[in-house]
Design a protein. Structure first.
Length: 134
């Protein structure tokens, strides 16, 4: 999903920041199709470990203001929690659109009901093909 969204924004020349947790916050920038190859190489070297605490990483990004200059923020997560939802409040207050792709076997129905014009929850099966999701 990360590569597909990154490629989409690169093709459209939409400046994109990508953050992921890997023993801290990893930041990558896409500035059009010419920078996509470098992004691809960096992202392909990242492994997502269960010991990463999503809420801590998101809290650090919100505290640093990394997300508040965005029009839209996409999250690709393996779980959704009340803590993560609370961390999104500053973004909601600024009218920033948030889209959550939750790749998990567990149901996110209780969170899906909280979708609105500025917040979208999308459940993704781990076996789903990218074309089916996007």
């Amino acid at each position: 999903l990360t590569l597909a969204l990154g490629f989409f924004t690169a093709e459209k020349n939409i400046s994109t920041s990508v953050y992921c947790g890997q023993r801290g916050i990893n930041h990558m920038q896409i500035e059009g199709i010419k920078t996509f190859d470098a992004f691809y190489k960096r992202i392909s070297g990242i492994t997502f470990a269960e010991e990463e605490h999503l809420a801590e990483i998101i809290a650090q990004m919100v505290d640093r203001g990394a997300l508040t200059d965005c029009f839209v923020v996409f999250f690709i997560l393996h779980e959704m929690t009340d803590e993560i939802m609370e961390l999104m409040q500053p973004l909601a207050e600024k009218g920033i659109i948030t889209v959550f792709y939750i790749v998990a076997e567990d149901s996110i129905e209780s969170y899906s009901r909280q979708s609105n014009l500025n917040r979208r929850m999308i459940a993704v099966s781990p076996e789903a093909k990218t074309e089916e999701v996007l």
